[in-house]
Design a protein around this ligand. Structure first.
Ligand code: SF4
Length: 348
């Protein structure tokens, strides 16, 4: 296995790709010494292709709960009694108010996130007006996570200043029907196709620990491969009370960090960010290992319906793992939909 890891690393460093079969073979690693070799090889790939400044982003929610979809991991689905805070879409002025607060705190990127798979026409116009207002009144880089969009909507948002869009696939095509019945995998992929066609930077990832197999996780990584991802957030399920996955058994941390390393072999150029559920599932020790084994950033400051580490703790971890945190004020305030958990304040 040592020679195999070395061969794959050399190929990826030279600009080549690994195959699904090779990724699956890496996923069979069980002993800690070989896992350490894999992590070290993944880190070498990270340092070749990504700068030493970590890529960070944080989230805030512009519309919470009230979602008609039934994603089994999500506490914002109205199919489940989860007790999360619920509110309709904020006004453009309210969103501007949040953006101004973030800007005053040194944030440079701001992502508007809404719950729900698709905005209705009135909601879209409100969000569009918000992007115009943010472009006019702030110097923030503007991102969105707004569910499915049409090509025309994407073009309008781009013209209003949107730079990047988050749209997670969550898991493999094969596993998707086990967690969602109200929309299809192809509907989600269609928006990714539209984003790519229209030159929007793409942020897309998934959730580990929903009951999927290692092969499912690798399939997810290859489903994402054609999109030349700017960011790849990896959430780890934080089972939310009231959702169908509330009693889901946790993955072993070694399995999670091994998969993060394999994702690095498949996506050498992406910013691979540990996101929701990292604190619960990995603790400090394994988060630091992951940062030296394929991951190069965090989603910080809490998620859509759960809280996260204090920012300084995250910066300390990044610094310990060798990243340049002196210039990492590139934190972005976000409102995400369709990521793993959504922290109490909203993200993903
Ligand atoms: S992940 Fe998004 S679409 Fe799915 S239930 Fe949650 S808010 Fe709705």
């Amino acid at each position: 296995m040592k020679a195999f890891i070395q061969e794959l690393k050399t190929r990826v460093l030279a600009g080549g790709d690994i195959t699904p079969g090779e990724a699956l073979r890496l996923s069979s690693i069980t002993d800690s010494a070989t896992l350490d070799l894999l992590l070290s090889a993944a880190h070498e790939i990270t340092t070749r292709f990504r700068p030493s400044q970590p890529d960070l982003c944080s989230l805030v929610n512009a519309k919470s709960y009230l979602c008609s979809e039934d994603c089994g991991f999500c506490s914002q689905s109205s199919h489940y009694k989860t007790g999360v805070k619920r509110y309709p879409l904020m006004s453009p002025e309210e969103i501007l108010g949040e953006a101004k607060k973030s800007e005053a705190n040194g944030v440079q990127s701001f992502c508007v996130v809404t719950s729900g798979e698709t905005l209705n026409d009135a909601e879209f116009e409100k969000v569009l007006a918000a992007f115009h207002l943010l472009s006019e009144k702030t110097r923030l880089r503007l991102d969105g996570s707004l569910g499915n969009l049409t090509p025309e909507q994407i073009r309008k948002l781009r013209a209003a200043g949107m730079r990047r869009f988050n749209h997670n696939l969550q898991c493999s095509r094969e596993f998707y029907p086990k967690i969602v019945s109200t929309h299809t995998y192809d509907e989600r992929k269609e928006t990714l196709d539209f984003l790519k066609e229209n030159g929007v930077e793409i942020c897309s990832g998934g959730i580990f620990g929903m009951g999927e197999t290692p092969e499912d996780r690798i399939r997810l990584a290859f489903e994402l491969k054609p999109y030349d991802l700017h960011c790849l957030p990896i959430n780890i399920l934080n089972p939310r009370p009231g959702t169908p996955l509330a009693g889901q058994q946790a993955l072993a941390p070694e399995e999670i960090i091994k998969m993060v390393a394999i994702f690095r072999f498949i996506h050498p150029q992406a910013n691979i960010k540990l996101a929701g559920g990292r604190e619960l599932n990995l603790g400090v020790y394994f988060q630091e290992k992951a940062l030296r084994g394929g991951a190069n950033g965090f989603v910080v400051g809490g998620y859509l319906t759960t809280t996260g580490n204090p920012l300084q703790e995250d910066l300390d971890m990044l610094k310990y793992a060798g990243y340049d945190t002196n210039t990492s004020k590139a934190v972005s305030a976000t409102h995400f939909c369709c990521s793993a958990e959504k922290p109490a304040t909203a993200s993903l």
